[in-house]
Design a protein around this ligand. Structure first.
Ligand code: ZN
Length: 487
């Protein structure tokens, strides 16, 4: 079979026709009082759709409704061209406007259209003999809808169904991070599968040809009197097969993106939160740096963990009691080694350009705006997560810089905390390593959380947290974690 075989337009069942192409499906429903088109494919798919309709004897002008399963380009980009030939009502989820451009803006040179209607959960769309039930099934995108409707063939009524977005690769970390999307889409996807798995569908209409083997069934239909698309197992089997596929994706993604954060640098061996310590961490194989931000008396952001200077410098007072210049007189110590307190900006000059992940902990509320400005000034916004034990600081950061990834540090994770985090768009949970189990971690990851452990007090705790399946951890001895990862 060629990679993208040409599929001639054909009648799929009753009044449902396939008019798309192998790469991008598009279906037409002849309602008797006008045509409904579901999805418009890529920009160049529009011509294929129009040719296919002509071949089947339909007139593009009779398209009264275009319905979109979700907003990705392979489902919507053909719209502009089609709208030059017909004037249908267009229905898409409001959540997916980001893909078509709000208010008809251009995205990637694809113009895009202004929809007439937003699809809502439970809504029915009626035209002629057809009534389509729209079910909200987010995950693949936040505006994915699935469609169900009756279709009649040879006097028998069947239930047709389409899952509006089944691909799991669009929920990989890289894909989501690149587009400033929440990992929560993963949790929504599982919830959508739960909603869909027991729905009775006799005719599975594919949102892509590989969902329902559109092409294979079409070829079969040429040699059979029975309609191969009438198959009351196909939809359920497909939905149930998505659970293990999703599980596998998440596990692989966790392994691919595991982050070994040098905790305040390689703080087991060097003065914590200093340039020396950060470089040593990297030298030892860390692919992430965790650090803490506070503010001096004269308003300079510096990297320092404790409330007081005593433990690591032997001096009295707090960071806030001194100007940055005054703080430079002090030494941060680890055994015989010493280094200076470093400003957040100097740290960024040294490390921002490196291909590593940053975990920046806000020690106090009120630093959000300045921290965020430096994050953007040095371009680390796509490779950092801002964390805090202070939930208010995270909420403030969310309103100051809505696109930054946020992580909540907490000794104990409760359902209430997780609910709040979902509500507030905080999708990294940072539990204490000693308090978690593999079941917890997997449960949280399936909800869509990135799980990063802290409080890795010794090698046994480190190995246990790694075996529990976390996405990363902060570690004072990144060399030992790097060694474990090699094994
Ligand atoms: Zn898609």
């Amino acid at each position: 079979m060629p990679e993208n075989p040409i599929i001639p337009p054909f009648k799929l069942c009753g009044n449902i026709y396939f008019v798309g192409e192998y790469r991008a499906s598009s279906h037409l429903i002849d309602t008797g009082e006008g045509l409904i088109l579901i999805d418009t494919g890529y920009e160049e798919t529009a011509d294929i759709i129009m040719d296919n309709m002509k071949t089947l004897g339909f007139d593009i002008k009779d398209v009264k409704i275009i319905l979109f399963s979700h907003g990705h380009g392979d489902h919507v980009y053909g719209t502009r061209k089609l709208l030059e030939h017909c004037a249908p009502e267009t229905y898409i989820a409001e959540e997916d406007l980001r893909y078509i451009g709000e208010k008809g803006l251009k995205i990637h040179e694809h113009l895009v259209f202004v929809p007439n209607h937003y699809i809502k959960d439970g809504m029915t769309i009626k035209l002629g003999n057809t009534e389509i039930l729209c079910m909200y099934t987010p995950g693949h995108t936040m505006g994915t809808y699935s469609f169900f409707w009756d279709v009649e063939e040879n006097g028998v009524t069947y239930r047709a169904g389409m899952f509006g977005g089944a691909g799991v690769n669009q929920m990989k970390k890289g894909f989501l991070d690149e587009r400033d999307l929440y990992y929560f889409q993963r949790g929504h996807f599982y919830e959508s599968l739960d909603k869909l798995k027991d729905i009775k569908v006799d005719v599975f209409v594919g949102n892509h040809v590989w969902n329902n083997d559109t092409y294979g069934r079409y070829l079969k239909s040429l040699e059979s009197d029975k309609n191969p698309f009438i198959d009351d197992k196909a939809f359920g089997n497909f939905i149930n097969g998505k659970y293990p596929e999703m599980d596998k994706m998440i596990k692989a993604d966790t392994a691919d993106h595991f982050v070994n954060f040098a905790h305040r640098g390689a703080s087991e061996y060097a003065p914590e939160n200093t340039i020396m310590s950060f470089y040593l961490g990297m030298f030892m194989g860390a692919n992430g740096i965790e650090t803490d931000v506070q503010k001096t008396k004269d308003g300079v952001l510096v990297l320092f963990h404790d409330d007081t200077l005593e433990r690591v410098t032997g001096e009295s007072g707090t960071i806030e009691d001194y100007t940055f210049e005054e703080l430079q007189r002090f030494n941060v110590k680890k055994g015989e080694l010493t280094d200076k307190i470093v400003s957040f900006e100097d740290f960024l000059i040294h490390f921002a350009h490196r291909n590593i992940t940053f975990a920046i902990e806000l020690k106090k509320a009120g630093l959000e705006k300045e921290v965020s400005e430096l994050i953007y000034k040095y371009g680390i916004e796509k490779k950092c997560v801002v964390t805090s034990f202070k939930y208010d600081a995270l909420v403030a950061m969310k309103s100051a810089s809505p696109k930054l990834k946020l992580g909540y540090l907490t000794a104990d994770v409760t359902d209430g905390i997780l609910e709040n985090m979902k509500r507030d768009g905080i999708d990294e949970i940072c539990p204490k390593a000693g308090n978690i189990s593999a079941d917890d971690v997997w449960k949280w990851q399936k909800m869509g959380f990135n799980v990063r452990a802290w409080g890795v007090s010794d090698e046994a705790v480190m190995k246990k947290a790694y075996d529990d399946g976390v996405n990363g951890m902060t570690c004072n001895f990144p060399d030992k974690l790097a060694e474990t990862l090699k094994e």
